[in-house]
Design a protein around this ligand. Structure first.
Ligand code: SF4
Length: 349
């Protein structure tokens, strides 16, 4: 049983089924979600025999850091191994307002976006709520300070793991846990319409972030296979409805790829489609990925693109490039490790 994925009520029932006294559930929940304990040995107010019993019946499957890379701007990239030997990644970023952690929701990704290293490593499985949560806890332990913001923007498509992601959100915002504000959570999707509809029905106060990256089907089909199923105009119509229904501003992520989606014409088309929507556009200078055919846009191009959007009244920012001297784009470290594992397997055979 994945104990980190259990709500307090679920934990209490599981303990009751195992004839463990009720007050122990409160103690263990506090150790896991307030003190961020990674083993029962840390739970010093529990008798030794009980700790041994719990370790056997309810193992704590936290992610284990395999590699930690710190960039010159103090962005930290973690490669974690999971209990089944799979790898995932998280990134810890320091901003003026505090620490933000970007977490993965799946091992690999099925969506196949052509500019993304996560897709190159192949899809393996979805993460449990506890595995997503343990990335936040590990980052907080590393930072030695409270994490103030979470972005579900790492490896994987959160809408393809909807139930576990929702469970994660309820655990991370639990007032008996680290009690993060819902408003400080961003959930990013490449545009899976049924997932956006389900999220809209929940009326959560989080920020919905859309990986848009193109203003029309011709360009988006070429770089994001999901667009063939859920075309741009349908996606944007739903986003408009989402913003009106929830009164929450939508964040559009737009990675600037030289000669692909960064022309003034693209900017004008995007501006005309977003006009009047409660939204914000984040222009992202992409990191170079050796395997990727895409190259970053020039500073001048980004400036010109941004100026066209702003002149049309669209709130726009150019994202600060963090961690560019480490492999900070999602999926890059995992890819490296899979390759290294492949090389060492090859040299053994
Ligand atoms: S950009 Fe996101 S949705 Fe697309 S392949 Fe990468 S992880 Fe998946």
């Amino acid at each position: 049983m994945d104990i980190l994925s259990l709500s307090f009520d679920e934990l209490s029932s599981a303990f009751a089924e195992n004839s463990i006294q009720g007050f122990r559930a409160k103690q263990v929940y506090e150790w896991l979600h307030r003190h961020l304990a990674v083993s029962y040995d840390e739970m010093t107010n529990l008798p030794k025999a009980l700790r041994a019993e719990l370790a056997e019946k309810f193992p704590i499957n936290t992610c284990k850091p395999e590699r930690v890379q710190t960039a010159s701007d103090s962005t930290v990239k973690f490669l974690y191994s999971l209990s089944d030997g799979e790898f995932i990644e998280s990134v810890l970023m320091k901003y003026k307002y505090g620490y933000t952690v970007c977490v993965s929701s799946q091992v690999g990704c099925k969506m196949g976006c052509r500019f993304c290293a996560s897709a190159l490593g192949g899809y393996k499985r979805s993460l449990t709520a506890g595995e997503i949560l343990s990335q936040v806890y590990a980052a907080q332990r590393h930072a030695g300070e409270r994490i103030s913001h979470i972005v579900l923007m790492g490896m994987g498509e959160p809408m393809d793991n909807f139930e576990n992601v929702m469970k994660f959100i309820s655990l991370v915002t639990d007032e008996n846990g680290i009690n993060l504000s819902m408003r400080n959570i961003s959930l990013s999707t490449c545009g899976v319409l049924p997932g956006i509809e389900r999220l809209m029905d929940k009326r959560l106060q989080l920020t919905l972030s859309i990986s848009l990256h193109a203003p029309n089907d011709a360009i988006r089909n070429a770089i994001m296979p999901v667009n063939r199923k859920y075309p741009v105009d349908e996606l944007l119509a739903l986003c408009r409805r989402y913003a009106e229904t929830t009164s929450r501003r939508i964040s559009f992520e737009y990675s600037m790829m030289s000669g692909v989606n960064d022309s003034d014409e693209c900017a004008r088309e995007l501006a005309s489609k977003l006009r009047g929507m409660l939204c914000h556009v984040n222009l992202i200078p992409i990191n170079e990925v050796a395997e990727s055919p895409f190259r970053p846009s020039s500073q001048e191009r980004i400036k010109s693109f941004s100026a066209i959007l702003s002149a049309s009244g669209i709130s726009t920012t150019v994202r600060r490039k963090l961690g560019s001297d480490i492999d900070a784009s999602c999926g890059q470290l995992r890819l490296k490790s899979i390759r290294e594992r492949g090389n060492s397997d090859a040299s053994r055979s």
